[in-house]
Design a protein around this ligand. Structure first.
Ligand SMILES: [Mn+2]
Length: 324
């Protein structure tokens, strides 16, 4: 067998960089080994290719594949400016995608919860690649079940996703429906997420009821700058177990056009990456990057931004005391 590419198919070592041509080979996230053996694994990458909860443009079901592909260019060098390489500290595997039957949409939520639980209950954390933002809801349910307490969120987004009824829905007709703009309303109501110790960053759409979340909206970020965002966020989450969720539409459409509900006035990729890197030291238990919809992308820049954001998350996960 030619060992010069597709090393992620049969490479026994879970640590270290993988050198092979970016344009060739089987694509896993960051060229990590494709495996469902969780023995000795610290962090699992998995995709949830579901996009049936979108209010506008669908297509995020192709997000996991696009982000994995974009990440191949980052597999052979350390993130710039870091004094360590996360792949030397973390044993990571690409677990493949969550399976659900698109002919049984009502079963998908439990399939997603079971998928995540089956990983985290064995020990490793998970980096999930969406999918529309609804997928964070079953992921958080799995996390809340494991940790037996409400989870703190660091939530990057143009939208609060705490609408009661959802975009375009008559607010008088709330009927328990959950979509990618209402799931954090339900997550708070169900006690899965603790809004007091959570923060939403980059918001730039109106929502009269913010459900008690701390909000550093996009104008605040632009006015006060990266360092202030880091400081405020660290104060809010403290030592709590924290889950980080990044809707790629937090970035301005000039950096991330390939998404379902873009809003102008957002963060630059520099701002987002610097904020995440500055949060090193938090008690990060899991994370996701969602809403990459490659059909609306231009030059793959959205998928590339998502891959870089994911890499920054992996880096702060690798900064946890147990991996140093
Ligand atoms: Mn959003």
């Amino acid at each position: 067998m030619n060992k010069k590419n597709s090393k992620n198919m049969d490479r026994p070592e879970l640590y270290g960089m993988v050198y092979e041509p970016t344009y060739s080979g089987a694509t896993t996230f960051l060229r990590r080994t494709a495996s469902r053996d969780l023995n000795g694994v610290d962090l699992v990458i998995t995709g949830i290719p579901l996009d049936t909860a979108t209010t506008n443009r669908p297509g995020a079901r192709f997000g996991p594949r696009a982000v994995r592909l974009a990440s191949t260019i980052m597999a052979w060098e350390k993130p710039y400016g870091l004094d360590f390489n996360p792949v030397d500290r973390l044993a990571m595997v690409d677990y493949g995608d969550c399976h659900f039957d698109f002919g049984k949409p009502e079963a998908a939520v439990n399939e997603m919860i079971d998928h995540i639980s089956s990983i985290i209950d064995q020990g490793p954390g998970v980096l999930t690649i969406g999918g529309d933002h609804f997928v964070s809801y079953p992921v958080l349910k799995a996390y809340a079940k494991k940790y037996k307490e409400p989870i703190s969120l660091i939530h990057f987004d143009a939208h609060t996703d705490t609408w009661e009824a959802g975009e375009g829905q008559d607010p008088e007709e709330e009927n328990g429906r959950i979509d990618h703009g209402t799931m954090f309303y339900h997550a708070v109501k169900e006690g899965i997420v603790d809004p007091k110790n959570s923060v939403q960053i980059g918001i730039r759409t109106e929502n009269p009821d913010t459900m008690g979340f701390n909000i550093l909206d996009a104008p605040w970020v632009h006015k006060n700058g990266i360092e202030q965002v880091i400081q405020k966020t660290l104060e809010i989450v403290g030592n709590k177990p924290v889950y980080m969720t990044f809707d790629i539409d937090c970035l301005d459409p000039s950096f991330a056009p390939g998404t379902g509900t873009p809003v102008c006035g957002g963060l630059t990729s520099h701002q987002a990456m610097s904020i995440i890197r500055g949060l090193s030291g938090i008690n990060l238990i899991g994370m996701d990057v969602v809403e990459v919809a490659p059909a609306y992308d231009v030059g793959e820049i959205t998928a590339l931004a998502a891959a870089h954001i994911a890499m920054e998350m992996v880096s702060i996960y690798a900064s946890k005391p147990e991996f140093k």
